[in-house]
Design a protein around this ligand. Sequence first.
Ligand code: NAD
Length: 487
Amino acid sequence: MQTQLFIDGNFVPSLSGETLATLNPHDNTVIADIAMANHADIDRAVTAAKAAYPAWKNMAAADRGRLLLKLADAIEANADRLAQLESIDTGHPIRDTRFLDVPRTAATFRYFGGMADKFEGSVIPVDAGFLNYLTREPVGIVGQVVPWNFPLMFTSWKMAPALAAGNCVVMKPAELTPLSSLAIAELMAEVGFPKGVVNILPGLGHIAGQYIAEHPEISKVAFTGSTAVGRKVVQASSGNLKKVQLELGGKGANIVFADANIAAVVQGSAFGIFHNQGQACIAASRMIVHESVADEVLEKFVALTRSIKLGNPLDPKTEMGPLTSLQHRDRVLSYVDIAREQGGDVLTGGKTPDGEGFAKGCYVEPTIVHAKPTDRVSQEEVFGPFMTVTTFRTDEEALAIANGTEYGLGAGLWTRDLQRAHQMAREIRSGMVWINCYKRVSPGSPFGGVGASGYGREMGFEVMREYTQAKSVWVNVDAKIPPYFPR
Ligand code: NAD
């Protein structure tokens, strides 16, 4: 199978004819050859988006919303196909793609379909005799760059609010996982989105991604990916001073206080770090546990970790699949050596699993490492099934460790003490805090970080502000206002 680019409502070959194979990370067999976009293809997409923009922007907001609602229905009608495609391309277990990724994708399109005609302007109280009203206008042509870890879901997170607000989109999925975004393009064409409103072009990051960030006719770039590339996007965007939104890396602190419900900690933290093989920016990658309960928590957590069923993502019994690529698997495993070099103690995992079924795939055993808060493994984003554990004595110490990285995306805390929970939530430097739970997301709840985790927010009303700009309109409503130069 060879895929094509989605430009101006049609699937078309890339101008260069270049392709890149996308692999099944379970056994590294080729799933499809993906047409790769270069600069000229992006230019074609921008031209199509510009042509579509005036009508799309001026369409009744409820009609834009209706198309997004139809797309949500189409996603549900194609749930099994989308879940399989996502599992084969990414390695997510089918139980997750079927029951989390696909429903969440539909829910996001539905939420913003409903939002389209409810995001209002306002009237500002100004000097007597004047009416000042504020409208929110779309930004224009929006470039969106998506990573490989949740490609289907992140397609909806980026696309749905941008379209609800009246923008046109040029999107680049990650080179490793483009299939589900292209499947969404098919469904968009089916449900009747006007040509050119959405263009989806797989391509290499340093070519197509970089060009989207640079493009003089793209007014905003929304980027999800690593902090290192986020910095490049900011630099590339400076030519036309486009708006930038960055969802970058994380190093999630997960603080367990002495009074926590240990059974809930073990389940919630395992989901927090091992869901999607730990390839999540909000992964609970640093457990910070009170020394008085550390032994009990770790004994139970290690036992649960050792019982996790690794396997083919398409097997409904599989609880953890492979990582996204062999290169990424090796990067994650290199952190086991880095941990040991700095005196870290590997409590479980730390290698590829034994067994015939894993030989050709990108598998890594779920890994727990006892490490100091300053060690590289406690500071750098590993982006795999790799959790560090460190102990603390006082609340102040826990907070200092939690806030002691350059990141600030998501953090969890487990306690039955209401006051402590809210005090901690206030002091933790991060965009999201989960109390007695971890990694909850919803289309209505703002998602994003601070520091090296980026800026701007996805989801909810916040993201509608990101995809619009305010226009302040002044009207003289009093004929008797005295002139400045009376004659
Ligand atoms: P990456 O930064 O390598 O790639 C992300 C995307 O950027 C890909 O589509 C890639 O092709 C593109 N890209 C690469 N070079 C580019 C360039 N010079 N200009 C423009 N685009 C370019 O990241 P990744 O390895 O695909 O994803 C993992 C990273 O993403 C992790 O650091 C993770 O924390 C982060 N992430 C953040 C969030 C969030 O919402 N904060 C969500 C998921 C992933």
